[in-house]
Design a protein around this ligand. Sequence first.
Ligand code: ACO
Length: 322
Amino acid sequence: MIRYSRVIGTGGYLPEEIRTNEEISKTVDTSDSWIYERTGIKSRRIAGPNESAASMAEIAARQAIEAADCDPETIDLIIVATGTPDHVYPSTGCLLQQRLGIKNAAAFDVQAACSGSIFALNIADQYIKSGAAKKVLIVGTEVCSRIVDWTDRGTCILFGDGAGAILLGASEQAGVLSTHIHSDGEFKDLLYCPNPQAATDTNKSELGFISMRGNEVFKVAVNTLGRIVDETLEANKMNKSDIDWLVPHQANIRIIMATAKKLKMSMNQVVVTLENQGNTSSASVLLAFNEAIRDGRIKRGQVVLLEAFGAGFTWGSALIKY
Ligand code: ACO
């Protein structure tokens, strides 16, 4: 008997506050038209002063658990992907576990920047396929607004806050078909966010904000995502036409369009949320997946390709029969 992990519930949460391009244009030298043309972003959500990665994760997770009609006590593993944890430790996974009141689960965080949710899916899938876990809760949650330098027009226009969740359960029916993850630390200086408290003397003066050489990141992202698409199709002996939906990481509409073109997919088959959410890092793919499931675009039995690229660099994909 082949054992698969299958998506049994999804959830998502976006904070209330909307920050538009016009508002950002009042504080840095940019414009709505520049931002929209270069990125596809119009506005992003900003977490309230009392919200955090853990508090947003809780709302998204509860939705996923409810959608799956699942007793939380049957969840045996919680994996949270975040680059903006509430604490260095305990992990946001443990904070989420406490909030959900789940006793019999192990919980931990993965840190793979914007690819975090794909890395979490990869880990969860191995646990379920091997029989080590039956139900795994995966959450990507970020308060990017708190690690963004709001005086840096090259980065502050891009990011937003939010949380997305998936509950995976063991099944004999096909679900997650394959996952692929990669990283290359050689690119560590193109996109990073320092941790001043743990820095060496040489790096202590750096503030804890995102630093990015956007144009260079852009070029590597386009090429790398093209390769991961080929790798995923090849591993599953599938053709481009077998994919019903592309759910990409929401970094830049031009990167998304390049991947869709590579797949010969119409933009009608691509889930795009960045216009009103920006880049929510590890939450973005899960938020987009949840949105398209809830509004009825993605239907049971369809084949969905999830992909992401982020700091590290890290990149990965998951091919899912929903
Ligand atoms: N408004 C106006 N002008 C701007 C802005 C702005 N917000 N930002 C940059 N510019 C200027 C630059 O200063 C530059 O001016 P110059 O020509 O006088 O030097 C010009 O616009 C072009 O700058 P580029 O950086 O070449 O612009 P580009 O078209 O590459 O767009 C962007 C920049 C949007 C950041 C793009 O490079 C991008 O999206 N990069 C990839 C982001 C990404 O994928 N990140 C990975 C995931 S994130 C994660 O893992 C945490």
